[in-house]
Design a protein around this ligand. Structure first.
Ligand SMILES: Cc1cc2nc3c(=O)[nH]c(=O)nc-3n(C[C@H](O)[C@H](O)[C@H](O)COP(=O)(O)OP(=O)(O)OC[C@H]3O[C@@H](n4cnc5c(N)ncnc54)[C@H](O)[C@@H]3O)c2cc1C
Length: 415
């Protein structure tokens, strides 16, 4: 990094390359720094409940390693068999279990990082409390590779829950499925995860990964996981089933064994691939609204489908209001692409009006940079630019990400 800084060459760090907003793409040229040799789990410390890892450890590998000693690392992006811990930290990745356990940031205690100027910093420690100075650890979480390269991560672990169960249910449409989540929250049950799948996503899944678990006549589906002690799992599974049935669930399946549970989650993780296998171009938005406003979000999506004549498939983390809205465009159809762009603008404006956010998990990268001003005011963006300049005075690390270009700012003002 010192060599690049001296020569004024842009640098882009790349983890596993699964990011959805182009963060690891060198849009301004320069050097791409691969982390592929940083693959060691350096330490699993069962006394202090921490793991110290290099950034290119694959998320699923870390989970299996800590579970083997009775511990648990909850963040579970659907990409967990490919994505890296460094990429997860840089994007503050979420996943189904964020409903109960929170996203990656809750588990990052400390970092080693290299600044674009070549200085190495160590932030935080194995201690769970630390209020000395500004919290640079959390500033780097979600910084999308624009402030520093993360070379080591100290992660908080928790004890592995002793029991789990998964409940899958079919519904006749989005309305009853969304109402079932509301009914569940009203019963004060906090499952580890509640995932929602709409009719278009279900159709794609049926074609791509046929499974008898998918209720034949369902036009929406929910998957909930509960975990904890065996008694708590029993009580929560009963409450989840009752909440689902209260809005007309059918084909309810309950899985208790590890293999059956994994089969259901593997099915869920096929969704992105199933939509891609339709042959349509999938333009993925990961908007989030306060969970009580998911019905309003789904009404917005229905209006976009109708008014712009677009195929839109939705699935995602209903428990925390983070729904993946996928606009499906026939390849080469310029008119549909233009309508898709209009849908994106209207969707983002709607979620901001619903007090939500244009990205719950995937970050801004360069694909959403032109919308930054829709959610953040000028003072916040100016402050963020000053933070960026403090870490990276020459603007060499991952240029073109998060902040809009001058042209994009003009476009945003004209809207
Ligand atoms: C099928 C599929 C399902 C997905 N499901 C989810 C999901 O459920 N939840 C979710 O949150 N995301 C999901 N994602 C998005 C993606 O997997 C996450 O954003 C993930 O955290 C990216 O990790 P990566 O290692 O692939 O990072 P990359 O794509 O390589 O990089 C992403 C960004 O992080 C930066 N970066 C990478 N490594 C470092 C490092 N060591 N130091 C500093 N910056 C770094 C890069 O510069 C870039 O800006 C999914 C993606 C796919 C393809």
């Amino acid at each position: 990094m010192r060599v690049c800084a001296a020569a004024g060459v842009p640098m882009v760090v790349r983890g596993a390359g699964t990011g959805y907003t182009g963060g690891a793409v060198p849009v301004a040229g320069g050097v791409v720094i691969s982390m592929e040799r940083f693959t060691r789990i350096l330490e699993i410390d069962p006394l202090n409940l921490v793991a110290v890892v290099e950034p290119q450890v694959i998320t699923g590998d870390l989970q299996r390693a800590v579970e083997a000693v009775g511990l648990f690392y909850p963040p579970d992006p659907a990409s967990l068999e490919q994505s890296s811990i460094g990429g997860n930290v840089a994007e503050c990745a979420g996943g189904p279990r964020a409903f109960k356990y929170g996203t990656t940031k809750r588990y990052v205690l400390g970092l080693e990082a290299v600044l674009p100027t070549g200085e190495v910093i160590r932030t935080g420690s194995k201690a769970v409390k630390n209020v000395v100075g500004y919290d640079l650890t959390q500033l780097l979480v979600g910084s999308e590779g624009t402030l520093a390269i993360i070379t080591q991560v100290t992660l908080r672990l928790i004890p592995r829950p002793s029991a789990r169960a998964v409940i899958l249910a079919g519904f006749s449409g989005v309305g009853p499925a969304v109402d079932a989540v509301t009914a569940l929250i009203a019963r004060r049950v906090v499952p580890a995860a509640v995932e929602f799948i709409d009719d278009r996503s279900l159709d794609a899944l049926r074609r791509h990964a046929p499974s008898t678990a998918i209720p034949a006549d369902a036009t929406a589906m929910l998957i909930a996981e509960v975990d904890g002690t065996p008694a708590a799992v029993e009580a929560d599974a009963t409450a989840v089933t009752a909440a689902f049935r209260s809005t007309g669930a059918r084909g309810v399946v309950r899985a208790d064994g590890a293999a059956e549970i994994e089969a259901i989650w593997t099915l869920r993780r096929q969704l992105s691939y199933a939509l891609r296998a339709t042959g349509l171009t999938k333009i993925n938005h990961d908007v989030v609204v306060p969970r009580g406003r998911v019905p309003a979000l789904m009404e917005t999506v229905a209006a976009l489908r109708r008014e712009l004549d677009l195929d839109i498939a939705c699935f995602g983390h209903a428990g925390d209001g983070n729904i993946h809205v996928n606009v499906m465009i026939p390849p080469g159809d310029a008119d549909a692409r233009a309508r898709g762009a209009e849908a994106e603008s209207r969707l983002f404006a709607a979620v901001v009006a619903l007090e939500g956010s244009i990205s719950g998990e995937h970050g801004i990268g360069f694909t959403k940079a032109r919308f930054l001003g829709l959610e953040l005011d000028a003072a916040q963006i100016a402050l963020m630019r000053r933070v960026k300049a403090a870490f990276d005075p020459a603007g060499l690390l991952n240029p073109g990400k998060i902040f809009p270009t001058d042209t994009e700012e003009t476009w945003q003002r004209s809207r």
